[in-house]
Design a binder for this molecule. Structure first.
Ligand code: FES
Length: 127
C-alpha cells in the first residue's frame, strides 16, 4: 500500500478502550465519530443521528446489538448501521467509516466517507 493511499487512515483510540456496549466519541480533524464494538468487531460511524443530527455518543444507547438514539427513539443495527424499521429507509442509515487495527490502535479511514446528510423530518412518515 502506498503512503498516499494510507494518508486517510488516522489513529482513533487504543482498541482496548473500545469496550462492549460503549459509545466512544472521537474527533479526527472535521470528522466527529462514534466508535463501538459489536460482536467483537470495532466499528466507526459518524457521531450524528440521521434524524436531527444529535450526537449518538451523548444521546445514544448501545444494547443487544442495537444503537438507540434517545432523542426520538430511532434504532440502528450496531453491526451495520442500518436504520431498523418496518419500512426500509436506507437514507436513514448511519454513515459508516472503514476501520482497521494496527499494533493495538484503532485507525479510521476518514477520507472515504461520503459527505454527511441529514434527512429532513418532514420527509419521514411515522412508523
Ligand atoms: S435525533 Fe435521533 S431520533 Fe431524532
Amino acid at each position: 500500500m502506498s503512503a498516499e493511499t494510507d494518508s486517510n487512515w488516522q489513529a482513533a483510540l487504543p482498541a482496548s478502550q473500545v469496550v462492549d456496549l460503549g459509545l466512544h466519541a472521537v474527533t479526527i480533524g472535521d470528522h466527529k465519530l462514534v466508535l463501538l464494538r459489536a460482536d467483537g468487531q470495532v466499528l466507526a460511524y459518524r457521531d450524528a443521528c440521521p434524524h436531527e443530527g444529535f450526537p449518538l455518543s451523548v444521546h445514544g444507547e448501545h444494547q443487544d446489538f442495537v444503537i438507540m438514539c434517545r432523542k426520538h427513539l430511532w434504532e440502528f443495527d450496531a453491526a451495520t448501521g442500518e436504520h431498523i424499521s418496518r419500512i426500509p429507509r436506507p437514507q436513514c442509515n448511519l454513515q459508516r467509516y472503514p476501520v482497521r487495527q494496527v499494533d493495538g490502535m484503532i485507525e479510521v479511514d476518514v477520507g472515504t466517507a461520503p459527505p454527511p446528510t441529514l434527512v429532513p423530518v418532514s420527509s419521514i412518515r411515522p412508523v
